[in-house]
Ligand binder design. Structure first.
Ligand SMILES: [Fe+2]
Length: 350
């Protein structure tokens, strides 16, 4: 699958995603072959980009099952949060079923092949952010061979970590521009609020509550609210804090554009031992790739290619498949291994 400009469509391409108009109408379904009428309709609706199947890249594995589980879980998020906020213990487990399905699936997977870096500038930012943090944390917990109960508890802590933000005025949460000291002091209260909310649910164990309450603590003791350090911070919180920062900086926020994946990754690696537990940063590095399979990269030699394979231990040097020359003419596909071509660097993600 790749993103292409509508102006570059010639017809006969297969759509890889549904096309929804601004007012929410389904214009074209995924799997449909594009014809001239479709192209003029797309232009009429001012749709400039579409995802199309790349028939030369059919063997790229995209985890559509994980994506569909994620979509279902996302739909349950308002229910989960509302049940928590109202202390409705009866329905909380029912609302969590889709999340448990997601966790069970992840625990059986070795690698992450979903595109974690898709633009996440949705209105329901908090839901997406909590769910992404939950998914990433679960992958890491699975790598640590957590048993089922432990994995569920870690996932719940990640899912609930920011629920306390619902107690803070949205004018502060959604403020455009930097926060004043006073506003930041208010934001800093949210781990307490999160703790308060989930403590009212008797079935939630203490390890989940600690994971939530400590997610802004830093490994060197400079975090908040307790300023605890190292292994005094619960392992859940140490894992969640990495995933929390990573998913937050890879999203568009009010006060800045998202980092590109490499910058977000670098931020995590460069904060090892200060913000984050170095052992867990190492785990993060060995679990997630900088550029997921199927992403299109522009290289310093002007060539563009799709990520088709990762080089274990070298998350920023994948293998790319090139299918166009520098003038965008289709060529016999070939592969470039960035690990063997260290003079070539990645300029941007397309
Ligand atoms: Fe937070």
């Amino acid at each position: 699958m790749r993103l292409t400009l509508v102006s570059n469509l010639v017809g006969n391409e297969i759509l890889a995603k549904n096309i929804i108009t601004e007012d929410g109408k389904l214009l074209l379904k995924h799997g449909e072959r594009v014809n001239q009428e479709h192209i003029s309709n797309l232009k009429k609706y001012k749709i400039f980009f579409v995802y199309i199947e790349d028939e030369d890249l059919e063997d790229i594995y995209e985890d559509t099952y994980l994506n569909s589980l994620k979509e279902t879980a996302l739909k349950s998020m308002p229910d989960i949060f509302n049940n928590l906020l109202t202390g409705n213990t009866e329905f909380i487990n029912e609302a969590l079923v889709s999340v448990y399905e997601l966790i069970d699936y992840i625990s059986g997977e070795d690698t992450i092949n979903t595109n974690l870096y898709e633009v996440k500038n949705y209105d329901n930012y908090t839901y997406i952010h909590c769910l992404d943090t939950c998914i990433m944390s679960t992958f890491l917990g699975a790598r640590l061979h957590y048993d089922k109960e432990n994995l569920r508890n870690l996932a719940l802590a990640a899912l609930f970590h920011d629920i306390g933000k619902t107690k803070i005025s949205s004018s502060i949460i959604n403020k455009k521009g930097l926060l004043t000291k006073n506003e930041f002091d208010i934001i800093k209260l949210h781990p307490f609020y999160s703790k308060e909310i989930i403590s009212k649910i008797p079935s939630i164990p203490a390890c989940v509550i600690d994971g939530v309450a400590q997610h802004h603590e830093k490994f060197d003791g400079t975090g908040y609210p307790f300023r605890i350090s190292g292994n005094e911070i619960s392992e859940y919180a140490r894992l969640i804090s990495i995933c929390d920062v990573f998913t937050a900086v890879s999203s568009n926020r009010n006060y800045r554009n998202r980092f590109d994946p490499y910058e977000a990754y670098e931020l995590i690696l460069s904060s090892s031992s200060t913000y984050f537990d170095p052992k867990l940063v190492e785990l993060f590095k060995n679990t997630f790739s900088v550029y997921p399979l199927g992403s299109c990269l522009k290289l310093s030699n002007g060539i563009e290619g799709f990520v088709v394979k990762q080089n274990p231990g070298f998350p920023d040097r994948p293998v790319l498949r090139v299918i166009y020359d520098i003038n965008k003419h289709k060529i016999t596909p070939y592969e470039i291994n960035l690990l063997k071509n260290t003079n070539i660097t990645v300029i941007s993600v397309l």
